[in-house]
Ligand binder design. Structure first.
Ligand code: PNS
Length: 162
């Protein structure tokens, strides 16, 4: 039985994340989407909200579950007995950072492998930061995030501005 972890901040989840989740869930038995709770960052959405968003967006994928995590990814992977980690890669710049992270993780957990999935071309330009920047200035994020999440993000920025 293969169990993979797809970790990230998911603040917010983008169409790029959903692309990777759908594709990865097609070739593993279980995919655990692991949402980082990072006290040093000031996220737009709390970890509980981010977990709920992904649960809402992946409800139709039976082998996907969503969990929060904090601390080292290498420890989380060991704790839940996963076989490997999945990361989406968009550019060479992404790859340099991802490669360093994969090697660091394997030095911390010798059984931990990282699999890189190239992002689909339609969502190549996307990142959570881009979505936040566009939404903050009232731009249209319809092509960037799932329809169900769009209004939640727009409303969050409206409530922040009040
Ligand atoms: O979506 P992101 O922000 O690119 O995800 C980054 C993430 C969550 C995968 C990474 O920051 C992480 O694994 N953080 C946990 C702390 C850790 O294990 N750091 C050591 C790896 S270099």
């Amino acid at each position: 039985m293969s169990k993979a972890v797809y970790p990230g901040s998911f603040d917010p989840t983008t169409n790029g994340h959903i692309d990777i989740i759908k594709r990865a869930s097609g070739f593993v038995d279980t995919l655990v989407v692991a949402v980082l709770e990072n006290p040093s960052k000031n996220p737009l959405f709390s970890v509980e909200e981010r977990v709920e968003h992904i649960k809402m967006l992946t409800g139709d994928l039976e082998n996907v579950c969503v969990m929060p995590f904090s601390g080292l990814l290498a420890d989380f992977v060991k704790k839940i007995n996963a076989n490997f980690v999945i990361r989406g890669v968009r550019t060479i710049t992404d790859f340099e950072y991802e490669f360093q992270m994969a090697l660091t993780n394997r030095s911390l957990n010798k059984n931990m492998e990282t699999l890189f999935i190239p992002t689909s071309t339609q969502v190549l330009y996307l990142s959570s930061s881009v979505v936040k920047e566009v939404a903050m200035f009232g731009g249209d994020i319809s092509d960037m995030v799932p329809e169900k999440l769009k209004n939640i993000i727009v409303e969050k920025f409206e409530s922040c501005a009040e």
